[in-house]
Design a binder for this molecule. Sequence first.
Ligand code: ZN
Length: 396
Amino acid sequence: MTSRLYYTESYRTTFDAQVMSCDPVGEAVHVVLDQTAFYPTSGGQPFDTGTLGGAAVSDVIDREDGEIAHVTSGKFNTGDVVQGTIDWARRFDHMQQHTGQHVLSAAFDRLFSARTESFHMGTSAATIDLGREVTPSQIAKAEDEANRIVWQDRPVTARFASAGEAAAMPLRKEPARTGPLRLIDVEDFDLSACGGTHVARTGGIGIIAVGGWEKFRSGTRVEFLCGGRALGRFRHWRDSLSAVQKHLSVAPHEMAAAIERLQDESKSLQRTLRGMQEKLAVQEAAALVARGSREGGRVVIAAAIDGWDAQGLKALAVAAAAAEPSAVIALFTTNTPALVVIARGANGGIDAGAVLKALAAKFGGKGGGKPDLAQGGGLDATSTQLVEEARLLLLR
Ligand SMILES: [Zn+2]
């Protein structure tokens, strides 16, 4: 079985080891060493990266036979002595998150009997799933307590115990595995069985910050960031906040109110605009009716009109239909794909919905409506093509 140097020396970044086996798997090789400082993915903590004999290590696998396989592309022979170097920035980040998780989980457990059911460490954030729901103020209290432990810089030590010995100890969580256990002791605060890598003192965690939370199953999923990740998130939020601040010219705590005010203003402007559009529509409709062609007892109005949105176009068509009972109307926007409104006056005698369907069948798009008024969009044709086809349909 591979001897795991990270169990006792979590700060070690380089080591020499003998190659026990090297097997090709696909494009890569799986190298097993007599000992390693590379952490394999397990217990919610991702694997280490780095180099082995100068070749990049792209994955580290904890095999069921107790060996650790290093996935790399180098060439190795059994018996070779090779040097391994782990990517310290990535490892230390994992150590901060993992130790922070022990402390935060213990804080929730001690203060609110909220047990951690599972732990996941992603590339930008880590989460714990608590077995019961916690309130925002409880989360803040647990966060305070966890950071108090961080700032007291308590020792974090690892030791081994038999299952029998462990059974008599106040472990936070029942160990899931049998056989000898590796116990992580955050002095006078938390004792847990864990195979991961941890900082030597809680001060190394730096800070534990809760990034957010959500209801999850019958409990709460809490996202947290420790040390460097908390600083990274702080920078990201600071930059986002100052970008918003430039536009709003208010202090961060006034932003929500400022945005609400802007939304109210925008709604009120829209209402004013609609009112004016409707008034304008009445005048424009009179001009459209005057320009319409008198054919077959109908006043045919087919036109592409610039500068009106869907609602304005509808107001225009409705106003024209009200002004001229024998009007049959098809109005389009000038952009492609075009919006369309079909309408008729009281004596128009067409089915607006059917005209719209015929247009959509020919030019694509969709929409619907009733015999007196139909609306649609997505018509893929030029204004000239649309107006010509509509004229034919309105005369049917
Ligand atoms: Zn751990």
